[in-house]
Design a protein around this ligand. Structure first.
Ligand code: ASP
Length: 336
């Protein structure tokens, strides 16, 4: 039984500084003490990425750095499972991004972090790390998952729902994979996707996420889309509704699609399944070629767009892949 940990930064290993929390705790010694005398004592290796970051500084290049560390370690000295220690702020983006790029990785990867640093009494660092290690060696976890606050969630279905609660993540459109206890309660394996053989590395692409709000004008939307990005994630209302009575608004979206830029419509609802064209308010943009993000989280949607752009897909081809499951990121079995 062996686990490799890739440590990327985040609150878990932070210490106070005059300018706020920064990485600096001796995570390696803390971990050795935590596991001493347990079945995992001496079985865990750790790589710290350079530099350690607050995850609000993460970008597609950071995702690639993690993937490289996991693949390099696996080629040199395969472990039974892998754990990634990460800041909570963008953890769900990273876990979704890893799920696409590691669809061919034959070992479980569990991402975790904590709301309080490991050196604070009452911190959630120890239960989260031991839970992630337990999941990674469980022989039940597959693909990329996220362990936090006693729940194991599919890595590409999770979202950060609290900046303070120890149960900081949920998966709004998918049941948890497991809940801790004696014994752990496992629910169902993740839905498999098509996979993606030989993925090209993540590169940073110009993807814009736009939130609609009542009263938005066509001129404002046009300004937000100038110059044209490589893809657009438009967070609309409900099942993907866009104001249809606002003059020129749908035309702006149609022009963007006409210029070869994929427009993916997501929902602002926490729990959602985007059904473009279900209402007249979403019909015009659906006809223009916009596609819905179905029941993917924003994090899974955004990371998927970055992934597909990094694979060289654009426009229609990219849009079509948004509706296909690569790594279980959307529900395909509802038959809609
Ligand atoms: N700002 C921190 C980070 O995401 C928050 C955390 O880890 O909880 O790196």
């Amino acid at each position: 039984m062996s686990v490799h940990i890739t440590y990327t930064g985040g609150t878990i290993g932070m210490v106070d500084s005059p300018r706020g929390l920064v990485p600096g705790a001796d995570l390696e010694s803390w971990l050795a003490d935590l596991l001493d005398g347990t079945d995992l004592g001496g079985q865990v290796t750790l790589t710290g990425l350079d530099p350690l970051i607050d995850s609000s500084n993460a970008a597609p290049g950071s995702w690639q750095q993690i993937i490289k560390d996991l693949r390099t370690h696996h080629a040199d000295r395969p472990a039974q499972g892998y754990v990634v220690l990460h800041g909570t702020d963008t953890m769900a983006y990273t876990s979704a991004a890893l799920s696409y790029a590691l669809a061919d990785f034959d070992r479980p990867v569990v991402v975790t972090g904590s709301q309080l640093p490991l050196g604070v009494v009452g911190s959630d660092a120890a239960p989260n790390v031991t839970g992630a290690l337990r999941a990674a060696t469980s022989r039940r976890a597959v693909g990329v998952s996220l362990f936090f606050g006693h729940h194991l969630l599919a890595g590409n279905r999770a979202t950060k729902t609290s900046s303070w609660a120890f149960q900081g993540f949920t998966s709004p459109n998918a049941v948890p994979l497991a809940v801790t206890g004696a014994p752990w309660q496992w629910t169902r394996p993740s839905e498999a996707g098509t996979g993606w053989p030989h993925p090209k590395p993540y590169e940073r692409h110009d993807v814009v996420v736009i939130d609609l709000a009542p009263g938005i004008t066509a001129a404002r939307l046009r300004a937000l889309l100038t110059p044209l990005p490589e893809a657009v994630v438009l967070r609309a209302f409900g099942v993907g509704n866009v104001p249809s009575a606002e003059p020129g608004l749908a035309d702006v979206i149609a022009e963007v699609i006409g210029a070869g830029v994929a427009v993916i419509v997501a929902s602002q609802c926490y729990e959602a399944e985007v059904l473009l064209g279900h209402y007249e308010a979403g019909d015009a943009i659906a006809r223009a070629g916009a596609v819905g993000s179905r029941d993917m989280t924003l994090e899974a949607t955004y990371a998927k767009v970055q992934f597909l752009l990094s694979q060289g897909l654009r426009g229609d081809e990219l849009s079509q892949w948004m509706g296909r499951s690569i790594a279980g990121e959307l529900t395909t079995s509802r038959g809609r």
